[in-house]
Design a protein around this ligand. Sequence first.
Ligand code: SF4
Ligand code: SF4
Length: 235
Amino acid sequence: MGAWQDFRKAFGGFFVTARQMIRTVTGDGLVTTRYPQEKRTKPERFHGRHVLNRYPDGMEKCIGCELCAGVCPARCIYVRGADNPADDPVSPGERYGFVYEINMLRCIFCGLCVEACPTEAITMTHLFELSVTDRDDAIYTKRELLVGEDGTPSHPQEPNRLIDLAELELADGWMRATSPSGRAAYEGVVAWTPSAGVGLRPPEAGQSAAGAVGSDRDAGAAGSDDVDERGQTQP
Ligand code: SF4
Ligand code: SF4
């Protein structure tokens, strides 16, 4: 009995390793995905590569306000605004994004730029395959970021097994899930503008739809917000 226990102590770990190797080879009990042969379905709110959107009439949504650059914790956005030409405006505002760059090597894909943007110009997509062979290529400019007049996004690399350009048309879901102030009272309320190519994105089903009880809407709170001295809505 003592010898058997000694044997188990000495070789028990090997049996665990061998069993796991066999399960891996046979595909039973895999905990990883065979990427890139198999790609997992991403969450609806996945934060991937950015795009700069246009309105359905082709006008650029970016007004060059630099709020996205100001809020970016990685300091990886560079924006320069310019006055719109009176005879051929680029955006509906007074100004437009004359220069727009994101250094993807520094981006942490937090989405704060998307939340800060007052015009929903910058949004994130589901594409994260961004490998480059030259550091300069990781700096995405308007040429890569701005969608075409019909809303078609562009990408510096050709589509292949890794790069599914259709993922560039899937927007992250923050603005579809919530509404101004992110309050449950506005769940299902569309409070954003349509974009070229995709039109008006529908809202997601929010937490109330998943079974939450007693939402603000049920309580009739949508029209009863308290506003503090800074003009911000209080719950
Ligand atoms: S996702 Fe975050 S880190 Fe990346 S550009 Fe936007 S704000 Fe900056
Ligand atoms: S993307 Fe949005 S936040 Fe950034 S400069 Fe353009 S309008 Fe302003």
